[in-house]
Structures are given as C-alpha cells and as structure tokens.
Design a protein around this ligand. Structure first.
Ligand SMILES: *Cc1c(COP(=O)(O)O)cnc(C)c1O
Length: 398
C-alpha cells in the first residue's frame, strides 16, 4: 500500500534523469518531454549553467529569511520587473500562492477605497490553483466539489466575452479587480480574440479596477514573448508567475505596477521560504539563459513548426477539430474524449498531456530543436491517427 495521499491518479512510470528535452525512466527507456512537468522545465532538464548556479548557491546559502535583506532576491526582482515593465514583486513558492497574493492585494486595495465587500471578476473554465481562495476563483466544478463553503467575493463571467463583464463592471460597485489568464491552460489552451485583453484594460481603466493576469502557465517565454500579454501591448496592474520561473525550483511571483505596487505594507503578507537565495539564483539564471540562448524566438519558430507540421500530417482527420496555440503552448482539440492518448504517447516515447477531456496539450521545452520537433510531430500524428481509427463512433451495422 502506498503511503502517499491519494491526490493523483499516477501513471506507473518513474523518471530517473533528464537532459535537455529528453528524460529516461528507471528502466532506461528514453522519452521526448513535450510536457516539461506542465510548463516548468522550459530551458530543459539538467541545463549545465543552471545546475552550476544552483550547486554554487546551495554551497553558499539556501535559506536566509525575509526578516533580512536578500541580495539575490533584489537582483531577480530588478530583472523580472524590467522585463515586465512593472514596479514591484512579491516572491512565494507556487502558482496558487502567487494568485493568493494577488487576491489579497485586490481585496486590500478595495478596502483602502472604502469597499468592504470587494468582488473579483473571474472567468468560466479558469484555473488558478487549489488553495481555498484560488479554487474558489477557479471555474471548474471538479476542482471545487466537496470543498464548500467556497470563498465569497468572486463573480464569474464567460471568457472572451465583452457584454457580460461590461454589464457587471457598470452595475456592481463592489468590483475591484479582474483576474484572467491571457491564454487558458488547464481550461483547454483557449486563446481569446486579439482585442480581448486591450478591451479588459480599457474596461478596468474606466471603472478603476485592477487588471490581474495569471501568467503562471503562459509566462516565462512559453508563447514566444516573455509574458503572453506582451503580444497585445497592454500592461496589467498585477501579474502572477510560477511554473517556468525557476525551471523546477519551486517559486512563484506576484508582480504589480503603479498604485497596486504600493498596496502591501509590512505585516500584510509574507512567506517563510518565498524568495530564498536558492530559488532566486535559479530564477535569475533561468531568465539569463532564456535571453542568452534566444529562446523566445525559438519558442515562436518551433511552435509554428509543430502546429504547421501537425496540420499537414493530420489533414483530413475529421476527428481533429482544431490545432491552436501560441508559441509552445499548443492544443489539439478532438471531437471526443482522448485521455488514452497519454498512454499511447508513453508507449511511443512521448510525454504529452490531455486537458479539458478532449484537448491534447503540448508544452515542450523552449530549447526544442527543429529535428526534435519533427520527431514529436511525426510520433504524435501517428498516435492521433491510430487513436481515432480505434475509437470511431460505432458504425451502424449493415
Ligand atoms: C498551474 C497553474 C496554477 C497553479 O499553480 P501551482 O504551482 O500548482 O499552485 C495557477 N494558475 C495557472 C494558470 C496554472 O496553470
């Protein structure tokens, strides 16, 4: 019997090492990693420069405490806020914690404005984490069921829709913020219209609301820009990061700009581990690697190659509803549930994921090379074709 709590239906394979986009299981079988631990190991496994930086820092100091100044934290804060064009950052250890910080910030901001029951607008199909506040913000009954009572103070609207949110912002004086993913990840790699984020920016300006972007999955170069919202030219008031931030060292961040950056004062929020020297050096080095190796451009180039390759190889397969994505955040939507694709991929030496039941999700490392992308495209196209053949809707007996 396992002594682990039964929170995951685990695939019965264990990995013992990785190198770049490759991982090996304990039996020595090699896999191409097109999932990266869910958008985490963007610069690949065991990147020599990152390994050295982490080892060196571990040999100097792992933990200090936020009761003191932490130069490594100040350094990565400067780099990160510079890339985002934002002012300040709070460091924590995960995506849900980053969103917790954003939610607390928005509520405090509301109270400062005299709003005692602040409301944050959130989206259908959103995913923001599994703490009580973030699961309440999440738009999935599966995530929430059994954990009621949920937190009050969230109002839900359809994603990529302008009418409902505009009516809500105009009619509800308690609304203080909008929390939204620039591309929905867990919800099925849902990409809004080009004008949607600028529309939200304008709406927030009109009604004095904070625009808070959850870039936990879409950030850190994943879409071919540092942050997915940078495709639109807008700047959010608050942005959250985690997943790829430190390439696997646990780390989250809540960034803020302008007035939102001045909301927290000592005693209002904190974290024992958040922003420790080890995680900060890992993040700083990850950012430098992305920059020095031109990985934003690579994510864009390889992302197009994968989408175009799949479109060509899957032409005429009617079960494929849509192939969509931005950079290396890619979804292939089928017309039927396709969870079995994960096991078929594993068999073929490919690590892929299925989310929202019918969407095959690819989150390959930003370092992927064209030849490796070709392996992924060819392998996955064969798997999808085989899956569709084996799972045709039952034909009418003749
Ligand atoms: C994964 C994810 C989270 C939660 O991050 P954890 O580190 O698992 O808490 C929050 N928001 C988005 C968009 C995510 O993809």
């Amino acid at each position: 019997m396992s002594h682990l709590m039964n929170t995951y239906g685990r695939i019965p394979v264990a990995f013992s090492r990785g190198e770049g986009p490759w991982v090996w299981d304990t039996e020595g079988k090699r896999y191409l990693d097109a999932l990266t631990g869910i958008a985490v190991t963007g610069v690949g496994h065991a990147h020599p420069r990152l390994v050295r930086a982490i080892a060196d820092q571990a040999g100097r100091m792992i933990h200090a405490s936020n009761l003191y100044r932490i130069p490594e934290q100040e350094s990565v804060a400067t780099r990160l806020t510079g890339l985002a064009g934002m002012d300040r950052v709070f460091f924590c250890n995960s995506g849900c914690e980053a969103n917790e910080a954003a939610i607390k910030l928005a509520r405090l901001h509301g109270h400062h404005k005299g709003i005692e029951q602040p409301v944050i607008v959130v989206m259908e199909k959103a995913f923001h984490g599994r703490t009580m506040a973030t699961l309440s913000a999440t738009g999935s009954r599966k995530v929430q069921a059994g954990f009621e009572p949920l937190l009050l103070g969230f109002a839900r609207v359809p994603y990529n829709d302008r009418t409902v949110i505009a009516q809500l912002a105009a009619s509800n004086k308690n609304v203080v913020a909008v929390l939204v993913e620039p591309v929905q990840g867990e919800g099925g790699v849902n990409i809004p219209d080009d004008g949607y984020l600028p529309f939200l920016r304008q709406l927030c300006d009109e009604h004095d609301l904070l625009l808070m972007l959850d870039e936990v999955q879409s950030g850190m170069g994943r879409t071919g820009r540092w942050f997915a919202h940078q495709w639109t030219g807008i700047r959010p008031d608050v942005m959250t990061l985690a997943k790829g931030l430190a390439n696997g060292m646990p780390m989250g961040a809540c960034l803020a700009a302008g007035a939102a950056a001045e909301v927290f004062t000592p005693g209002k929020h904190g974290s024992t581990f958040g922003g420790n020297p080890l995680a900060c050096v890992a993040a700083d080095t990850t950012l430098q690697i992305i920059e020095d190796e031109g990985l934003l451009e690579n994510a864009l180039r390889i992302g197009s190659q994968i989408r175009e390759g799949l479109a060509a190889r899957l032409a005429g397969v009617e079960a494929v509803r849509e192939i969509r994505g931005k950079g290396l955040m890619i979804g292939i939507e089928l017309d039927r549930p396709c969870g079995d694709i994960v096991a078929m991929g594993l068999e073929a030496g490919l690590l892929v994921n299925v989310t929202a039941d019918k969407v095959i999700r690819l989150l390959p490392p930003l370092i992927l090379k064209p030849a490796e992308a070709t392996l992924l495209v060819d392998g996955l196209a064969d798997i999808i074709r085989a899956f569709v053949r084996a799972n045709e809707p039952a034909a009418v007996a003749g």
